[in-house]
Structure formats: structure tokens, C-alpha cells
Design a protein around this ligand. Structure first.
Ligand code: ZN
Length: 148
């Protein structure tokens, strides 16, 4: 279960800004993002003023500067925009190397980075490849290729 419900308003003060409160709620959102990834879901925030969604934890909307942000579910599918292939991996990804460290554009436009296991060459992962988030206990966001 999420400690914060989807739709909860994170920052409601439009001016004055209590930075101490924002910082602690920002940490909570980081925790929520990690927990949701473990369950195969992505959460981030959505700006109540302009509607943009993003996954980075921050106190203000990067598009319009509003401080009215709420927790929002993000799409778990998207496409590969760019990546590098890595042969050397941390311990927890030892069985997945070589892997691709990728920039993914989720359906809906949010861009995030994530891992895609067992990518040996550019043949294995064309730019634009459809991918989806997979449940993982690893510390990183992990995607897999899908056929659509
Ligand atoms: Zn905004």
C-alpha cells in the first residue's frame, strides 16, 4: 500500500513556502516512488495548474512554477529514446549484464531512466522499442521489451 494516496496534494501554499515542509514531503515521495516501482507501478507528481506530470521530486512545477502538486500515477509503458550498453554492473545486476541504461519516454510524455537487461548490441534494442516497467526489488527502475 502507498503511504500517500494518489491525488494527494503535496504542496498547497502558493506563496510564502514552508521549505522545511516541502523537503520532508519530498523525501516521502521518494520513498513512495521506490515502493511503487517494487509493485510494478510508477508514481510521480502532476501539477494542478498546468497538468504536466513528472517523476522528479521537487517543490515547484518545472513548466509553470506552480507549487500546487499532487501525487499521480504514471504510465508504465513507453518507448526507448536513447541508451548506452554497459558490460560492468553492480552486484545486483550481475546476471543481467550486458544491459542497457536507457532513457524511456513513458506514454503521456514523462521521461525517466531505467535498466533493460540482456542487451548485447544495438540490434537487441532499436530506438523506439516499446518497453514496460517490470516488478523488481532492485534499487533501479527496470524495463523489459514488449511487442505491441
Ligand atoms: Zn505546472
Amino acid at each position: 500500500m502507498w503511504g500517500l494516496q494518489e491525488g494527494v496534494v503535496l504542496y498547497t501554499s502558493s506563496e510564502g513556502n514552508n521549505s522545511e515542509k516541502s523537503a520532508s514531503e519530498g523525501l516521502l515521495l521518494t520513498h513512495e516512488i521506490t515502493n511503487s516501482v517494487h509493485e510494478g507501478k510508477l508514481v510521480g507528481y502532476q501539477c494542478l495548474d498546468c497538468g504536466i506530470k513528472a517523476i522528479e521530486v521537487q517543490a515547484y512545477c518545472t513548466k509553470c512554477g506552480s507549487s500546487k502538486l499532487r501525487i499521480a500515477r504514471l504510465e508504465s509503458r513507453g518507448r526507448v529514446l536513447a541508451y548506452t550498453i554497459q558490460d560492468v554492473s553492480p552486484k545486483e545486476f550481475r546476471n543481467d549484464a550486458p544491459y542497457a541504461w536507457s532513457v524511456i519516454e513513458l506514454d503521456g510524455g514523462v521521461r525517466i531512466s531505467g535498466w533493460i537487461a540482456s542487451i548485447k548490441s544495438p540490434h537487441d534494442l532499436p530506438i523506439g522499442q516499446r518497453v514496460r516497467l517490470i516488478k523488481s526489488k532492485k534499487a533501479e527502475i527496470v524495463f523489459e521489451k514488449i511487442l505491441e
